[in-house]
Design a protein around this ligand. Structure first.
Ligand code: ADP
Ligand code: MG
Length: 380
């Protein structure tokens, strides 16, 4: 891909670029815990968004994306969100400027092999690669955490998507052969070796995306808040579900709606599963890790209610195979992908069988990926 970017950039702009890239990610476990200040356990994947960039003497960003085969110009003296893919790039430049890091005009060529909109965070990949490109080009030395925060801010305030920091954080801090355990409150993290010679991670895309996503997301956030407020009356130190245990929730059961109870139950139990999954991985206890994945899916399906028919079919099909340790939805839900932990020597068999089973039940051809845990963003 590097050579392709270099050559295409030269063709388009008649000069040599610097080239940066940032990976997408998959979340192994810890779903809907980030905005409750809890734990997540993603890994950066060996799919990247690449950016070729060279400096201009004016304030114009010329941005081309091969994925959309489209060019757009943005004047950094007068930028405005356009509800367009270029917002992800311009937004990062704007936030950098606002935080005191001037950004010059630039010619930009983007290409990516992160699937778009599949829950593998092509959005963080394009933001983080843009941030590295702009800071590299303008000689700003910025630490990794600040880069992640600037990218999150760009997505929140410029793109208008109220995401947590997980995606950008792991796209910056990811490490080859490791998953990354992140405490979304303190932003302390731990790299945990993931030995894929023993167990393979297979991602299955259901190829559906139900529209409910964003309105339901906002509802869930409110329900969690309601739960926290109820618990707070007895335990004032609880400022997020992260601070609660099941016992606290049980104590306020009669004072809250049954739905709110189940939402909180998911978050509290998911934090426990995610914390446990570290020790499971560290000891190569894939049976336990698989059980935790299964528990996560069941909780997301029954208590948090963010699964859908297609995700459940994909997960059930995976679990019917005895060489699968565990399977669950990954990402926000209502469609998108499942993550499957499969005995290493059965990955091929799994891929063949799940395609047949899923198509039999839904009529849809799923897309499958096998990723390696990879390094975070870098200049090439
Ligand atoms: P996900 O992050 O799960 O892939 P999002 O909806 O958060 O899904 O982000 C996808 C959007 O990000 C795309 O619709 C597009 O606007 C932007 N994007 C991601 N990668 C690229 C790219 N290579 N070129 C242009 N835009 C991109
Ligand atoms: Mg995204």
């Amino acid at each position: 891909m590097k050579d392709k970017i270099f050559n295409e950039f030269r063709k388009m702009y008649s000069e040599n670029p610097r080239i940066f890239r940032a990976p997408g990610r998959v979340n192994l476990i810890g779903e809907h815990t980030d905005y409750n200040e809890g734990f997540v356990f993603p890994m950066a994947i060996d799919r990247y968004t690449y950016i070729g960039i060279s400096k201009r003497e004016d304030s114009i960003l010329n941005i081309y994306s091969a994925g959309f085969d489209e060019s757009i110009s943005v004047d950094l003296l007068n930028p405005e969100p356009k509800k367009h893919w270029s917002d992800y790039v311009a937004g990062v430049a704007v936030v950098l400027q606002n935080e005191g890091y001037p950004v010059s005009g630039a010619n930009i060529y983007i290409d990516s092999n992160v699937p778009l909109g599949a829950g593998l965070s092509s959005s963080a990949a394009i933001e983080v690669s843009s941030a590295l490109a702009f800071t590299g080009l303008n000689n700003h030395e910025i630490d990794k955490l600040t880069i992640a925060k600037i990218c999150q801010k760009a997505e929140n305030s410029y793109v208008g998507m109220n995401c947590g920091i997980m995606d950008q954080f792991v796209s910056v801090h990811g490490k080859k052969d490791n998953a990354l355990f992140l405490d979304c409150r303190s932003l302390n993290y731990e790299l945990v070796p993931l030995d894929i010679s023993k167990a393979g991670i297979v991602i299955c895309n259901t190829m559906v995306k139900h529209e409910l996503g964003s309105s339901e997301y906002n509802k869930r956030r409110k329900e969690c808040e309601t739960g926290v407020n109820a618990i707070k009356t007895k335990y004032p130190n609880v400022t997020a579900l992260r601070d609660a245990v099941m016992g606290y929730l049980e104590e306020v059961k009669n004072e809250i709606d049954e739905v709110v109870f189940r939402r909180c139950k998911h978050v509290i139990s998911e934090d426990e599963r995610t914390a446990l999954s570290i020790s499971a991985l560290k000891t190569n206890n894939f049976d336990l890790f698989g059980k935790l994945l299964n528990g996560s899916h069941d909780s997301l399906r029954d208590d948090y209610e963010v699964s859908c028919k297609e995700l459940d079919i994909m997960v059930d099909a995976a679990r019917s195979m005895d060489f699968v340790y565990g399977a669950r939805v990954t990402g926000g839900g209502f469609g998108g992908c499942t993550v499957n932990l499969v005995q290493h020597d059965s990955v091929e068999k799994f891929s063949k069988e799940i395609k047949i089973k899923y198509k039999e039940k839904t009529g849809i051809e799923p897309e499958l990926f096998s990723f390696l845990p990879s390094n975070g963003a870098e200049e090439l």
